[in-house]
Design a binder for this molecule. Structure first.
Ligand SMILES: [Zn+2]
Length: 93
């Protein structure tokens, strides 16, 4: 694993490849079996992981930063559903 973030290790991820491009490499989706949070990253472009909704759409950077800074909550939470409505680039309400 390329992640130095120890919080990452607290999740129990199922990994799926979403797509592939020569420049970015594979886009991988990591879905935690416990908390159902989903993260994505590119295997070549090392920008790090970001949070995604169930369909793999990127969430707001603030959500990514918070989720990456937290340990696995072990259970899905209603607050996470709110976070999933905050897509990256969406205009804040
Ligand atoms: Zn988790």
């Amino acid at each position: 694993m390329v992640f130095a973030n120890s919080n990452w290790e607290t999740h129990d991820f199922q990994v799926k490849m979403l797509d592939w491009s020569a420049a970015r490499g594979s886009r991988l989706a990591f879905t935690c079996r416990n908390c159902r949070r989903k993260f994505c990253n590119f295997t070549v472009l090392s920008q790090g992981a970001w949070a995604a909704d169930a369909d793999g759409r990127a969430l707001d950077d603030a959500v990514s930063i918070r989720w990456l800074a937290e340990k696995c909550p072990r259970l899905p939470s209603a607050g996470d559903d709110k976070d999933r409505e905050r897509l990256r680039g969406a205009i804040p309400q």
